[in-house]
Design a protein around this ligand. Structure first.
Ligand code: HEC
Ligand code: HEC
Length: 345
């Protein structure tokens, strides 16, 4: 991000947090009922059902071995519990697979925000050597063309003129992922006025989360900064420096500064070690932590955020209180039923 863009982001964040500037603005909000839906990919039940089939289908990967669900397990918390994962070609990526629950509320995708939409992220993933490993776009379309009756299902879903293409494959997958939401967390109920929904310890943790400064980066719907609409449009990301206080012991112990994040995307000096502020909904369920998955427990991740982001040593009690608070942002997961997949002949 260039300097002026960085300033815009900081100003936007400050304005959002100052209630004087935004009368009535609440830094935290219950998960809205519906995520933003792009006008060129409206949700339909047929498309969602097709997207779910694709999501669970190993045949969408180069070696027929890996499905999206293999690394983003929707039966669990939407991730794979590993530091880094091995894709269809057996190659390990260098970043941890994030949960896909509630990503529909984000404005940019991947740890470094290099994809400007959910559709763009999926397009990259299908042909990425560390994920699905398909050779190119044509190979993906060709694969589905030859698999069971997918071509008929695409024609029924998108209409015969549009049918099976790289575009419609990603549209269907994105439509399914937009249904992956976890509303009604204890914290959401607390925000709606049910003061007994979270424990006294979680309330202390919530106050500490604001007072020590976590909330200056982790705020709003996903505790990941601005969401589409008010401050940011799709494609505009909320990035922060990580580590913000360089040279700590934690940085060395967990190799936190080896990957220089957004710099790889823009090649701008000011983007060196800039990262998208990640979603904290369900964070208690998505260990291990950080872009490289090197930190194993939530309490430790909280302590490390204290040293690297705030230059503060948090007490054991503070870590535990904040962890108790972060447990309250785990939501209600939708029950998932395995789809029936087209039979290969
Ligand atoms: C081998 C493991 C693996 C498989 C298989 C996989 N992913 Fe991912 N996924 C990842 C990793 C790792 C990242 C983070 C990459 C990064 O940030 O650079 C990611 C990130 C994403 C994101 C961005 C999430 C965010 O928070 O920004 C989306 C969307 C996504 N994957 C969708 C899919 C879909 C759809 C499929 C199936 C077509 C799939 N993934 C298959 C490992 C995997
Ligand atoms: C200056 C902005 C900033 C502040 C302040 C901040 N964070 Fe973060 N936080 C980030 C960024 C950026 C990341 C992603 C780091 C990475 O690339 O791995 C992150 C990651 C995390 C993660 C790991 C998420 C995951 O899925 O792996 C947790 C947990 C977390 N922060 C909690 C906190 C807590 C608790 C505090 C206060 C003690 C805090 N953060 C303060 C910016 C911030």
């Amino acid at each position: 991000m260039n300097m002026s863009r960085l300033l815009t982001v900081i100003v936007a964040a400050l304005m959002l947090l100052s209630s004087a500037a935004f009368a009535g603005f609440e830094p935290f909000q219950p998960l809205p009922a519906n995520p933003p839906i792009p006008s060129d990919n409206p949700q339909t039940s047929a498309k969602i059902a097709l997207g779910k089939q694709l999501y669970f289908d190993n045949r969408l990967s180069a070696t027929y071995r890996v499905s999206c669900n293999g690394c983003h397990n929707v039966m669990s918390a939407g991730d794979d519990g590993k530091a880094v994962s091995r894709g269809a070609l057996g190659i390990e990526g260098k970043r941890s697979a994030p949960t896909l629950y509630n990503v529909a509320y984000q404005t940019v995708y991947f740890w470094d925000g290099r994809a400007a939409s959910l559709e763009a992220a999926i397009k990259e993933h299908l042909i990425s050597p560390t994920e699905m490993g398909m050779k190119d776009k044509d190979a993906v379309v060709e694969r589905l063309w030859q698999t069971g009756d997918y071509k008929e299902i695409f024609a029924d879903t998108f209409g015969p003129g549009v049918a099976l293409s790289y575009e419609t494959i990603t549209q269907a997958l994105a439509s399914y992922i937009r249904t992956l939401r976890t509303p009604d967390s204890d914290f959401d109920r607390y925000l709606r006025g049910d003061k007994g929904a979270i424990s006294a310890q979680a309330k202390r943790g919530y106050n500490e989360f604001i007072e020590v400064g976590c909330a200056s980066c982790h705020f709003w719907v996903n505790l990941s900064g601005p969401v589409p609409g008010l401050a940011f449009q799709m494609g505009e990301g909320f990035y922060e420096l990580f580590p913000n206080y360089p040279g700590t012991k934690d940085e060395t112990r967990y190799q936190l500064a080896d990957d220089i994040g957004r710099y790889y995307v823009t090649k701008e000096e000011t983007d060196r070690r800039m990262w998208r502020v990640p979603v904290l909904r369900n964070v208690a369920l998505t260990a291990p932590y950080f872009h490289n998955g090197q930190v194993k427990t939530l309490e430790e991740a909280i302590r490390v955020m204290g040293t690297t982001q705030l230059g503060k040593v948090l007490s054991r009690a503070q870590q535990e209180d904040i962890a108790a608070f972060l447990h309250t942002v785990s939501g209600r997961f939708p029950t998932q039923k395995f789809p029936r997949l087209p039979t290969s002949y």
